[in-house]
Design a protein around this ligand. Structure first.
Ligand code: 8YV
Length: 315
């Protein structure tokens, strides 16, 4: 093994996550793929594994900087920032951190639905500003239990969301590439048909070019004036401009969003909307889950550097 086989890449790593990786293997650090070009040649030549955290593009040009690179271990289930085809073409393995975060992301999706439907952010302000004492009850809001929900993408996270909402006695509809074994749930072959049939549309897709604007303007229009969009996947999966137009014009009832285009510098139009609940991409952001994600990432790095099979390969 060369002296420094590991590159830790990502300004978002917490100090303890960085220390843990660097404690396991001699490591260098950069803030993002855009800084890889400035790593000194000798160091670059020895890098065999990269632990990556972030959403900045990591493509072929960056991979080619490291002649011995064999694995990119991503911190996160979504690896849309990494050009996996380019990695495969170079025999570089890519790993991710599935399963360990599904509960938390599903919890946030349900939390956003309840917060949006029950006006919990407005309710909080009603208490804090003294309006409750001065003006009395806040305006009535809307029942969530028993309503109709459509899940776009019934993968690991989508299914966790659906299971939770089934306990809310909701009528579960879904769209995915193929119909699944889901007794009592209704499959829709297209998203517009799904949106037409439900009031809450929850997006649980993978990111990347194949799902860009998957929830289109037509789907948002089909949702109608009682419709609420919940997105815990990636900002790219919905036509964000069409969503903003519909929210501003009251053509849908609202949205609960954990993900956006251009995070964290999101479109300022979101900040002026009264009918949204917004979160700073914190779906997996609990101490327990982030610890498990960091552990799985490290395990993948360790397996690779020790010549053992990878835990969670994606290519
Ligand atoms: C991020 C996520 O990984 O797992 C995913 O795909 O979106 C998140 O958990 C997290 O924000 C770290 O970048």
């Amino acid at each position: 093994m060369s002296e420094t086989p590991l590159l830790i890449c990502g300004a978002g790593f917490k100090p303890e996550e960085r220390d843990r990786l660097a404690g396991a293997f001699p490591a260098a650090f950069v803030n993002g793929p855009d800084e890889m070009g400035s790593i000194e040649n000798g160091l670059r030549a020895g890098i065999k594994a990269i632990a990556y955290k972030g959403h900045k593009p990591f493509g072929a040009a960056e991979m080619d900087l490291f002649p011995q690179l064999g694995v990119i271990a991503n911190y996160g289930v979504g690896y849309d920032a990494i050009d996996v085809d380019a990695a495969s073409a170079r025999s570089i393995a890519v790993t991710n951190t599935p399963d360990v975060l599904s509960d938390d992301v599903a919890d946030i999706a349900v939390g956003l639905m309840i917060a949006q439907a029950r006006s919990m952010v407005l309710g909080h302000a009603h208490v804090l500003t003294g309006r409750w004492a001065e003006q009395g009850e806040m305006p009535l809001n809307r029942k969530l239990s028993g309503s109709r929900v459509g899940i776009v993408g019934l993968g690991r996270i989508g299914r966790e969301i659906a299971d939770r909402l089934a306990a809310f006695k909701m009528d579960i509809h879904y769209h995915s590439r193929a119909e699944k074994e889901t007794p009592g749930w209704t499959y829709h072959a297209d998203v517009v048909g799904l949106a037409e049939a439900v009031d809450f549309l929850v997006i649980a897709l993978v990111g990347g070019p194949e799902t860009e604007n998957y929830v289109s303007k037509a789907a948002i229009d089909a949702l109608g004036p009682r419709g609420v969009v919940i997105n815990i996947s990636r900002g790219t999966t919905v036509d964000e401009a069409a969503l903003l137009d519909a929210l501003e014009q009251g053509r849908i009832a609202g949205a609960g969003l954990d993900v956006f285009l251009n995070e964290p510098n999101i479109d300022k139009r979101f900040l002026r909307l009264p009918n949204v609940v917004l979160q700073p991409h914190q779906g997996s952001g609990t101490v327990e889950t982030r610890t498990a994600m960091a552990e799985l990432q490290l395990e993948n790095v360790a397996c690779f550097l020790r010549g053992e099979p990878l835990k969670t390969p994606v290519n």
